[in-house]
Design a protein around this ligand. Structure first.
Ligand code: 5AD
Ligand code: SF4
Length: 469
């Protein structure tokens, strides 16, 4: 983990044209928190005259917002940086400005190493200091190369601007909102506690204000984000200690905010108040991403998950009792060091019991600096690959069964974007599925009743059931 901040002198000549109308291309890797951060960085850069572009060719600044969760992700970043270095040479030859920034978890973890491997990079900035990005770029323009991977004492959210209504509107009717960052759980496979630091919760007033602004800008569904979102806690309006459930009750009061979600949760932080919120709040969508990672108690212990398979199953039971139509999603790792065939069978058995609507599964990837990397009995790649194939086949079957079970049901659909066919719109079901519907008279942002008529590969088909709700 790199925590230092360093200013290095750049050897290259300055070829900037001094114009104020610049374009930034942001490439986002990894999780939804990075998607949210990219939006916030884009808003901060807009104040300095940077317009976002989808076309790298016309960009004056390319910013990679990186992910470090698995090995390949970092390698992808380095190969992208190799291509950008060549592009920069080309541009500089033409006398044009071209800057390269690296943000996100690879920036945090690798710090100055990035400059050593790719000296063409101008700015390396960690997730805690995004509010300083415009200043870092200004310094870089003056010829310095900046590495800022501090855990800033000031609250970056206090300094990052919230976009104006018009801009929010242009981004659609669903939005992310980070409420918590970092993690204190120290699962033995995971780099997050090292790259994102310890758990920090944003204050209630900041979250409510941002949610209100999003709703004023036309947002109808907000997904609260956090590496450990259900560890969020804060002080409520009445001075009482609040947990995520309380925050959801408060946000559900915002007029016009039709839907709420949150991700990602740890089983140990699913407290009673949060389960009650699932029971009581119509706005809280019946969908829960609740990673278990493995189904064997031995492996769960080695992973430092601090719960057993039986405890997870009991928790699922309680949540389903509170909200019977809830769909569950999860993350799984196969081939954690020491995982035997029997341990893997236990994971399959747990999956059979839970019946997931959706899931993400990965081969264990050794992350230097984590306790898992030190463990003996690393599982051979071929075995990991075989286990992953079996697990994914089972999870896909469950996903298809879940989609199939929706056919014939009438559900509420939030219309999100135009479909591929004229007159067709794509909406989001309460269970986070994409649903295609012919809806000529209706508008994006409407919530309508539809009847599901069929399933596609990754989406559902529906017809309008009755008037708008
Ligand atoms: N190897 C494989 N998968 C990992 N994840 C986190 N760290 C690793 C790793 N070292 C997975 C976990 C987590 C998800 C975001 O990524 O399943 O929940
Ligand atoms: Fe990583 Fe575990 Fe924290 Fe999730 S709970 S971010 S897997 S350490």
């Amino acid at each position: 983990m790199t925590q230092d901040s360093a200013l290095l002198q750049a050897p290259e000549t300055d070829l900037r044209d001094g114009s104020n109308n610049r374009k930034v291309f942001i490439k986002t890797y990894g999780c939804q928190m990075n998607v949210y951060d990219s939006t916030r960085m884009s808003d901060a850069l807009a104040r300095d005259g940077y317009e976002p572009t989808e076309n790298m060719e016309e960009a004056d600044l390319v910013l990679l917002n990186t992910c470090h969760i698995r090995e390949k992700a970092a390698e992808k970043v380095y190969s992208a940086l190799g291509r950008l270095r060549d592009m920069k040479k080309e541009r500089n030859r033409e006398g044009r400005e071209f800057m390269i920034g690296v943000a996100g978890c690879v920036a945090q973890a690798e710090g100055e190493e990035i400059l050593r491997r790719v000296p063409a990079v101008d700015v390396v900035i960690g997730p805690q200091t995004y509010h300083r990005l415009p200043e870092a770029l200004r310094k870089a323009k003056e010829g310095q190369r900046i590495v800022d991977t501090e855990y800033a004492l000031e609250d970056k959210f206090e300094h990052l601007p919230i976009a104006e209504s018009k801009k929010i509107r242009s981004r659609g009717v669903t939005s992310f909102l980070t409420v918590q960052e970092g993690c204190d759980k120290f699962c033995t496979f995971c780099v997050v506690p090292y790259t994102r630091g310890s758990e920090v919760s944003r204050p209630v007033s900041q979250i409510v204000e941002e949610a209100q602004k999003l709703v004023e800008g036309g947002v109808r569904e907000i997904t609260l984000l956090g590496q450990n979102v259900n560890a969020w806690h804060g002080v409520g309006a009445n001075g009482q200690e609040w947990t995520l459930g309380d925050l959801l009750y408060r946000l559900a009061e915002i007029p016009g905010l039709a839907r709420l979600r949150y991700t990602t949760s740890h089983p140990r932080d699913m407290d009673d108040r949060l389960i009650e919120a699932h029971r009581d709040l119509r706005a809280l969508m019946p969908y829960l991403h609740l990673p278990v990672q493995a189904g064997s108690d031995r492996i769960l212990k080695a992973m430092n998950r601090r719960h057993t398979a039986a405890e997870y199953l009991m928790l699922v039971e309680r949540i389903r009792t509170a909200r019977p139509d809830i769909a569950l999603s999860g993350d799984f790792i196969v081939g954690f060091p020491g995982e035997t065939d029997q341990d893997f069978e236990d994971t399959l058995r747990l999956v059979e019991e839970v019946r997931y609507a959706q899931a993400f599964s990965f081969k264990y990837s050794t992350r230097p600096g984590t306790p898992g990397a030190e463990l003996k009995d690393q599982v051979p790649e071929e075995i990991k690959a075989k286990r992953l194939e079996r697990l994914q086949a089972l999870l896909l079957k469950q996903q298809q069964e879940f989609a199939g079970s929706c056919v014939g049901k009438t559900i509420e659909l939030l219309l999100e974007k135009p479909g591929r066919m004229p007159g067709q719109l794509i909406g989001r079901s309460p269970w986070l599925q994409s649903v295609n519907v012919d809806a000529k008279e209706l508008q994006i942002g409407d919530i309508i009743n539809v009847r599901i008529t069929g399933t596609g590969t990754n989406s559902l088909f529906a017809e309008i059931a009755e008037a708008e709700v």
